[in-house]
Design a protein around this ligand. Sequence first.
Ligand code: FEO
Length: 402
Amino acid sequence: MNGIFEAIKISEHIYWVGAIDWAIRDFHGYGTSRGTTYNAFLITGEKNILVDTVKAPFKDELLSRISSVIDPEKIDFIISQHAEMDHSGCLTDVINLVKPEKVFTSKMGTKVLKEHFNFDFELTAVSNGETLEFGDIKLTFYETRLLHWPESMITYVHNDKVLFSQDGFGLHLATYERFADEVNESILFYESAKYYANILLPYSKLILKLLDTLGKLNLDIDIIATDHGPLWRGEFIEKILKYYEKWAKQEPTNKAVVLYDTMWGSTELMARAIGEGLAAGGAKVKLMHSRKDHRSDIITELLDAGAFIVGGPTINNMMFPAIQDAMSYIKGLKPQNLIGFTFGSYGWSGESSKQLRAILEDFGVKIVLDEVKIKNVPKLEGLQQCYNAGKTVAELLLKSKN
Ligand code: FEO
């Protein structure tokens, strides 16, 4: 199988043979405005090993890149580190084409892969910390449960000092640059933070454990080869590890995110007054609109925030649908260490602020002020109340930093 796509050599024995998805803009609800890559790797030696595959529509790109190095039928073994379809969607077809001696995955992977795909092929389980030698290639496997799925694992290649980290340390960024140090650094770390906030945030305790384990293993790592976006090498390895520690700890700053929606502009006036009060009190402020800002950008802003203030009008006794969408997404990702309160304008019943407060409390936001509710259009007195509420939160944020 030939094609126009070529492999890129990343180390003595290893080639990148993945696919670039320039057009994806929605990755299961996560807005991927810069596209992504599905990274797969070919280890060549006395035995040839394919590590992960790609999303199903990109199978030919994967096979073309492999073919630029070896005939795909010369692949002896496949390692499937993660069953999610962006890495295993074409695994069945690749197994049928390549007919490998064995397909390795984690113990849980043997179950999860069979629950997702229909292939009549015996999978071989590797255990946590197991080392296997394939001719001159030596690999060790480590389970990384829930990072990002229960069956996930990572693989260390002793020969080339490469750690295949699967979803870990990934970012959604379509690019021909294969290494992080070749990419604009502010885009690189913004997209890394966004990926962390949207994919890994609920598993932050496990991330800290993984960082601790990696520290204790003291692996000599030249490249962290993630399954999404550019690969990490040189000083960028230390940089991304430090960021992961910071994001996993989610230590609050004096930044406040004010999320709102509005029907006729009244709740928006309240949000702006709260923003003024926050800024006057010394907080960094980000106002976000639930229909104009994407939910995945809102959670990214919350990654380093200390306060989350949410407001919306009431419609038919309910909160606004777009706010509900954003709050459902944010609640699932469980951002921590936040203080906040809720607000909103209302016409007659005004249930929204209470409903929003219940969601905040549900994922652990410490409520520091009662709901600020204003009937119909806020006048100066009401706006002053919002301003004061913002200022109070800013003062609490600054106090907690001292
Ligand atoms: Fe890149 Fe959890 O899949």
